[in-house]
Design a protein around this ligand. Structure first.
Ligand code: FUB
Length: 312
């Protein structure tokens, strides 16, 4: 067998093995934040309702896997019902572990970011503050649209950060307790066309800030500092058929993955509806009934990220 034939067979095998998308089929999910805790990969998505025609989400489920094939739905990990200070829009969350506790960061009412704590990665989480950690009216915050999409990051020196916002990336340095910060808000520079869904990860000492651009693609930029300034590098994932997109990047068992969402499950459930890309589809529920997916992500030798090829 020639080298080319072998490469082709391996590629085909990996595509068949990864033909997993969307990997949650019993409910609509979006905005997946993937995290590895204790050798298990957990995903924290938003929960789109079965009959949604707006982003009227109410609770958050947690999913986990140890082999990237079999997924467990751990049920509701947190819900708007647990809050006295917010009642709508349970949107894109994130979760991070520190000192044996799990900190769940979540946006509500498109303007406030809360934090909830649990001893377990699957919850149930509890709100320790009974108020937002930060909101759109907090001094220093710059946000002309929604104040959403918190993404946490703990650097190698132990400093924790929370990134968030729409149109402008806002960041705070979290205190050791993970439920307060020093009062300063940093506005990050150097992104190209930033719209929303910021995500931070580190690879070989470089800080990678990835996000959804106003153009609808997932893009990234890099820096030698977690607060920038950043240098724009390119597109990682093309526009999906879901209007929005939202992603996370994670290493698990020696492989890198990108999680994202699309509307493939909606279209599968509604074969009578013609598939359209982007938002040019007024009156259709597809942007509000999304489903989470993942695919492998590869770096080039120089640290740039190859475009992710979405598998069906
Ligand atoms: O899911 C609601 C919003 O849509 C999220 O906050 C954004 O990132 C976009 O995916």
């Amino acid at each position: 067998m020639t080298k080319i034939q072998l490469t082709f067979i391996l590629l085909l095998f990996s595509i068949i093995c990864l033909a997993q998308n969307p990997f949650v089929q019993h409910m609509y999910t979006a905005d997946p934040s993937a995290r590895v805790f204790n050798d298990t990969l957990y995903v924290y998505p938003s929960h789109d309702e079965d009959d949604a025609v707006k982003f009227t989400m109410k609770d958050w489920h947690v999913f986990s896997t140890t082999n990237m094939k079999d997924w467990t739905d751990h049920g509701v990990a947190f819900s708007l019902d647990s809050l006295r200070w917010a009642s709508t829009r349970a949107w894109a969350p994130d979760c991070i572990k520190r000192n044996g506790k799990y900190y769940f960061y979540y946006p509500v009412e498109a303007s406030k970011i809360g934090v909830a704590i649990s001893d377990s990665p699957t919850g149930y989480f509890k709100d320790p503050l009974n108020k937002p950690l930060i909101d759109i009216n907090t001094e220093g915050v710059v946000c002309n649209r929604d104040f959403i999409d918190p993404a946490a990051f703990i650097d190698d020196d132990g400093q924790a950060y929370l990134y968030m916002g729409q149109l402008v990336v806002n960041a705070i340095k979290l205190n050791e307790d993970m439920t307060s910060y020093d009062g300063k808000v940093y506005l990050l520079e150097g992104t190209d066309d930033f719209f929303e869904a910021v995500w931070m990860h580190k690879y070989k000492g470089v800080y990678y800030l990835s996000y959804v651009g106003e153009s609808g693609e997932i893009k990234y930029c890099t820096s030698d500092n977690p607060l920038g300034p950043f240098e724009y590098k390119g597109v990682i994932l093309e526009k999906m058929n879901s209007g929005t997109n939202h992603h996370s990047i994670v290493e698990y068992k020696g492989e890198w993955y990108m999680f994202y969402h699309n509307s493939d499950l909606y279209y599968k459930n509604h074969p009578e509806v013609e598939e359209k890309f982007g938002w040019g589809h007024k009156g259709s529920p597809h942007p509000f009934r999304r489903s989470i997916c993942f695919d492998k992500l590869y770096y080039n030798e120089d640290g740039t990220i190859q475009k992710v090829i979405p598998t069906k």
